[in-house]
Every structure is written in structure tokens, then in C-alpha cells.
Design a protein. Structure first.
Length: 502
């Protein structure tokens, strides 16, 4: 019999009545299949389209220097994001486990590389991104109550914390509820994008084409500037890999994962290019660069007296992006806990709701803590190069496993040249900001990532006995999260991996 400290691998959920004396523990395979194709597309689109395209799409224009190369970079970034997603489509259908790049790095390079990825992503990248999106939501939601002035910082941060609390609660309550929320807010942001695009088409039809008449005049020829333009453009496309974090909850992943990628990312690419064209139909490049919130300026000029709908839908867009970020971050934390790279409590699943509540709550707590500092945008800017380093390593993992794991089935196969190109682009995007503006902060970020090894060897590799004793003390207090089955269908779930190795 498998007790609460027993070892058992790859055990499915068992049907049957539950004895009161029976020792049952949490499962690692009882996340229910509740995410369909539509929800998958909405997750990709909803997390890719945040506040950036509405507030500050000017970084690409600033680096390219002209309208023509700016639009070309936006389109090319969409192609590159699609290429990266095709690599993830092969990996996601070959290794059908939640966790995204974490699982692929584990299979290709081993435990240490996967741990460093989870360490930097769970502790910094995911919660800080969640916090930034929540702060953007708070700024736009509070602005109508402070006309003519900037909302107080305390109000903004409290509202952002409330946003995080609400989203965490929704994601803890139900996977379906979180999916419905994601679908609704994705539809809302696509609606306002459609309004902006249609308004731009009307302006162009009326002859407002002067900003597009000489599109390459004044274009930058600097290799470094073009590289930074791609860097900023691809940052706006970030989120194309989000569906891979929840593969275990995706219905028919071999079909729906690649389909969602093929539909979702080109849709976002078309939206980004057409929205930028619409902006240029109403604003000169100089006006666009000077605008603090481009979509709001566009709305004031073109949509008056209905210009108020733009900031309202920016609020919807940021809330939807924050929900998607929380949804996927919780799954990565849960999987890392399941594999023993985080404390096992984070791998528990709610008794009644089949959601990884401890992992979601942990991510929310970190996000609230990241709200407190004066400026976390700087932190994200310095850590973003690590994200591209892991993207490159993941694409390289696809190439490596073509030779080392030939026995694995590949329902979707990405052409090898695409994977090689993604590796090359990732290397460039890691080096571009460092070469352009070398600063000690990049070294500090690298040291922080490598400092994870100080925790890995004693707590993961060696598994000190006192850590097991602490977990055994905490285990009885986590009883509501030790069984993921619904009581109505008498489903008992047994773990794929031990809570406490013996």
C-alpha cells in the first residue's frame, strides 16, 4: 500500500469508494482537462496583448526612425514569434506535461538547468510581470477619479494589490471560471482593437495618408538600433509560449496546442501591424513619440465623444493579461514543486476545485511584494535578457533531442532551420542590450540566477533530512489540499511522485 510517504510513479486516478482510514495523498496528474481550443487561443492572445500596444508602441519607432521600417519590424517580430512557437508546438506535443520550458530543459539538459529556469522565472520574472500589469491596470482604472492630475501612488498600489488578490481568488476557485474570465477580456480587447483598426481604415479612405507617403524617409541604418527595435517588438509579442505551461489541462493537446498557436499568434501579428497603421493615419511620428498613451490620444482625436471607451478597454486588456499571467505562473510553480525543485506544499492541489491553489497564492504574494518598490520596471528590463537565454536554450533542446531522444513521438515536427534560426536570434537578443549599454546590473542578475545553485545542492540534490521533518510537520495542516478528486464521483488520486522521498 502506498502511504503518505510512499514512492509511486505514473499512477493514474483510481475510481472507487474512499475509506475514512485510507491514506490518500495529492496527485500530480489530477488537473482536470478543462481548457479547450477556444480557451487556448484566448490564453495566447490575451497574454500577448497587454497594455503595451495601447500605451507605448513607440519604442520600435524610436529605434527605427521611420514609419516603414517600424511596420516591417512589427511584422517580422510576428514571424519570429511564430517560429519560436512552432518549436514549442513540437516540444509540447512530444512532452505532454505542464510547465513549458521547464519540462523541456529537464529532458534535454537535466535537473540543474531546469532548476535555474524555475528559480529565475518563479522568483522574479513571473511575479514581477504580474505586478507590472496590475500596476498598469490600477493607473488606468484610477485616472478617471483624479481628473487633471496623477493618481496618488498609494492609491495606485493598493488598487494593484486588490487586482492581484481578485485574480488569485478567481484562479483558486475554478479553472473554468478563470478560462471564462480570460475569454471575456480577450474578446473585449479584440473589440477595441477592431474599433481602432476600422477608424484607421476610414481615415485612410478619407485621404489621411501623408504619414505613409514616404515611409522610409529618415530610417535608421544602425545595426544596433535595428536590433534594439526587434528587442522591443518581440517584448510586445511575449506570451506566445503560455499555452505550454498548462498542457496537462488542455483537451487533446496534440491537436489543440499547435492549432491554438497557428491561429493565435498570426492573429496578434495582424492586429499589431494594423493598429500601428491606424495610429499613423491620425498622428505624425513625432506626435506618436510624444504621446504618453498613444491609444488614448488616438481616441481623443478620432473617436470623440466616445473617446472614453479607449481607457476603459485598456483596463479590460490589462486585467485579462494579468489573469493569463497568474494562470500560467501557478502551473509552473506547481510543476516545480512536484519535481522537488520547490517546496512540496506548492505542488498540492485543492481538494474540491482541482486547482493548484498553494502555487497560485505563492505567485500572488510575490507579485504583491514586487508592487512595494518604487520602480520594478528597471528590474524587468535587466532580467529580460535571461528570458531570451532560456528561449534559445529551449529551441536548442529541440535540436538536441532530435538526436538524443529519437524514440519520442512527434505529432508536430518543426523544420530544423526554424529551430536553428530561433537559437541564433535568441543569442543576439541576449547580447544586444548588454553590448549596447553594458551595466553592472546585468552581472548582478546573472549572479542572482547562479545563486540558485546555493539552494539547489543542499535542498534539492542532497535533500537534507531536517527539511523532510519540517514538511512532515506541515503536511497534516495541508489536508484540504492533499486530495484532488471530487467527492461526488468517489475519485481517489494517488501521486506520480513521492511527497517525501524515503
Amino acid at each position: 500500500m502506498v502511504g503518505i510517504y510512499g514512492r509511486r510513479r505514473n499512477t493514474p486516478c483510481l475510481k472507487g469508494p474512499v475509506s475514512p482510514s485510507q491514506e490518500v495523498v495529492m496527485t500530480t496528474s489530477c488537473l482536470s482537462l478543462q481548457v479547450g481550443l477556444l480557451s487556448g487561443i484566448c490564453l495566447i492572445v490575451g497574454t500577448m496583448i497587454g497594455s503595451g500596444i495601447f500605451i507605448s508602441p513607440k519604442a520600435v519607432l524610436l529605434e527605427t526612425g521611420a514609419v516603414g521600417p517600424c511596420l516591417c519590424v512589427w511584422a517580422a517580430c510576428g514571424v519570429l514569434a511564430t517560429m519560436g512557437a512552432l518549436c514549442y508546438a513540437e516540444l509540447g506535443t512530444m512532452i505532454t506535461k505542464s510547465g513549458g520550458a521547464y519540462q523541456y530543459l529537464m529532458e534535454a539538459y537535466g535537473s540543474v538547468m531546469a532548476y535555474l529556469y524555475s528559480w529565475s522565472t518563479i522568483m522574479v520574472l513571473k511575479p514581477s510581470s504580474f505586478a507590472i500589469i496590475a500596476l498598469s491596470f490600477a493607473e488606468y482604472a484610477s485616472t478617471p477619479f483624479y481628473p487633471g492630475c496623477t493618481p496618488p501612488v498609494v492609491v495606485t498600489k493598493c488598487l494593484a494589490a486588490a487586482c492581484i488578490l481578485l485574480i488569485v481568488s478567481v484562479n483558486c476557485l475554478s479553472v473554468k471560471l478563470a478560462s471564462y474570465v480570460q475569454n471575456f477580456f480577450t474578446a473585449a480587447k479584440l473589440l477595441i482593437i477592431l474599433v481602432i483598426i476600422v477608424a484607421g481604415i476610414v481615415l485612410l479612405a478619407q485621404g489621411n495618408t501623408e504619414n505613409l507617403s514616404n515611409p522610409f524617409e529618415g530610417a535608421s541604418t544602425s545595426f544596433g538600433s535595428i536590433g534594439l527595435a526587434f528587442y522591443n517588438g518581440l517584448w510586445a509579442y511575449d506570451g506566445w509560449n503560455q499555452l505550454n505551461f498548462i498542457t496537462e489541462e488542455l483537451k487533446n493537446p496534440n491537436r489543440n496546442l499547435p492549432l491554438a498557436i497557428i491561429i493565435g499568434i498570426p492573429l496578434v501579428s495582424v492586429c499589431y501591424v494594423l493598429v500601428n497603421i491606424a495610429y499613423f493615419s491620425a498622428m505624425t511620428p513625432t506626435e506618436l513619440l510624444q504621446s504618453p498613451a498613444v491609444a488614448v490620444t488616438f481616441g481623443d482625436r478620432v473617436l470623440y465623444p466616445l473617446s472614453w471607451v479607449v481607457p476603459l478597454f485598456v483596463v479590460f486588456s490589462t486585467f485579462g493579461a494579468a489573469n493569463g499571467s497568474c494562470f500560467t505562473a501557478g502551473r509552473l510553480t506547481y510543476v516545480a514543486g512536484r519535481e522537488g525543485h520547490m517546496v512540496k506544499i506548492l505542488s498540492y492541489i485543492s481538494l474540491k476545485r482541482c486547482t493548484p491553489s498553494p502555487a497560485i497564492i505563492f505567485n500572488g504574494i510575490l507579485a504583491v511584494l514586487y508592487i512595494i518598490p518604487a520602480d520594478i520596471n528597471t528590474l524587468i528590463n535587466y532580467f529580460s535578457f535571461t528570458q531570451w537565454a532560456f528561449y534559445g536554450l529551449t529551441a536548442l533542446a529541440l535540436i538536441v533531442m532530435r538526436f538524443t531522444r529519437k524514440e519520442l513521438k512527434r505529432p508536430v515536427k518543426c523544420p530544423m532551420p526554424i529551430a536553428v534560426l530561433v537559437v541564433i536570434v535568441s543569442c543576439y537578443l541576449v547580447l544586444a542590450p548588454i553590448i549596447d549599454k553594458p551595466e553592472l546590473e546585468y552581472l548582478y542578475c546573472t549572479i542572482f540566477i547562479l545563486s540558485g545553485l546555493l539552494l539547489y545542492f543542499p535542498f534539492v540534490h542532497r535533500k537534507f533530512s531536517w527539511t523532510r521533518r519540517v514538511m512532515k510537520i506541515l503536511y497534516p495542516k495541508m489536508a484540504p489540499y492533499s486530495l484532488c478528486s471530487s467527492l461526488e464521483d468517489n475519485t481517489v488520486c494517488v501521486p506520480n511522485s513521492p511527497l517525501f522521498p524515503v
